[in-house]
Design a protein around this ligand. Sequence first.
Ligand code: GLN
Length: 471
Amino acid sequence: QKCLSLIKKTKFLNAYITVSEEVALKQAEESEKRYKNGQSLGDLDGIPIAVKDNFSTSGIETTCASNMLKGYIPPYNATVVQKLLDQGALLMGKTNLDEFAMGSGSTDGVFGPVKNPWSYSKQYREKRKQNPHSENEDSDWLITGGSSGGSAAAVSAFTCYAALGSDTGGSTRNPAAHCGLVGFKPSYGLVSRHGLIPLVNSMDVPGILTRCVDDAAIVLGALAGPDPRDSTTVHDPINKPFMLPSLADVSKLCIGIPKEYLVPELSSEVQSLWSKAADLFESEGAKVIEVSLPHTSYSIVCYHVLCTSEVASNMARFDGLQYGHRCDIDVSTEAMYAATRREGFNDVVRGRILSGNFFLLKENYENYFVKAQKVRRLIANDFINAFNSGVDVLLTPTTLSEAVPYLEFIKEDNRTRSAQDDIFTQAVNMAGLPAVSIPVALSNQGLPIGLQFIGRAFCDQQLLTVAKWFE
Ligand code: GLN
């Protein structure tokens, strides 16, 4: 009830697209009954959880924040949603995002941008008042980061205890950093993608947003495991129950600091927190070494060739026949397809379909798509080499800076900006590794800053243990 009333009070954040109040209340009632009857409880029994609106939910509208899917009601649950329900979680609603999860601001969905709850903190408002150039309060608010900004705002505003995001290039870690949360991207193959409406199948992973690392571990424990409906999931990669030790010893760890991540665009505040964090590990006896990930500078371009190519292929299913929107032109099937897609998708999605089809043309395929695949392998090998040299965990920034005001974010060319924002997160998706962003401190403006830990594939437990120690 408390969470539901907070959802209503914070409606102006635009965190939710659909609030599933009736469903949540019914689930809460059943959960309470189980508790009162002394029945065994699930790991998430009675816990309010929100889900990004690109996961299919049986009987509940699933829009991907796109005109294309407005009104689409899936007939089944994504595996992760089903697992949440099986463990007794209460489904609070579906959260806002960039259309089809393409973006890093949560400003590009058809339901409008998501506002960062930290925009309204006392400290931040005081600071803004001192700034003579500051806009008035109605338009002066911060982005959440994205594309899982609705999930991040929902957890950050206490409307739920955890939320599912998706992470293809940073979409869970980036908003977590901007909203002062833990944002966890599990190893590729650890958690099923069945029912997650795809952006880039070879990089998509369901992500977890929580207020502390232990909560993320509990949710991961409920979600991880093989799924016959997702052939990329692996068998028994983690021990269950999935718990983190309460006291960790970091003195035997080797922490790698990738030197290529020290980019000129990095804000001085983030940089100084990053080096303080490294010092802290050192003072606890851990070995902290500089490592090189030499292909880092190719990662953004490589990601975009691969992302748009998979997007072009994935989006072909939206033809106005089977899902959601269909325009009423009936001159010919082709004209109906074209008009449906023109009306259904925003510029970002159409732009990516166009670029992807260009890279996939017969005369470009070898030169772009195949080359990008090879570069992707080199990027993944960079990480393997670092881990083979003895590094246990890499420590990096999550984002270039704290959250920026919306008006600033939309001033620049949004697409160039989004690409840059993922500079520390995208390579991880191309390599399929686990990574977690945790909040470390507040900036001078009073806004949260996150740092990222990256682990070896399927060493998610070790990764979270280190993050918990640091938290
Ligand atoms: N910002 C990246 C993109 O626009 C990543 C998105 C994501 O992780 N879903 O593709």
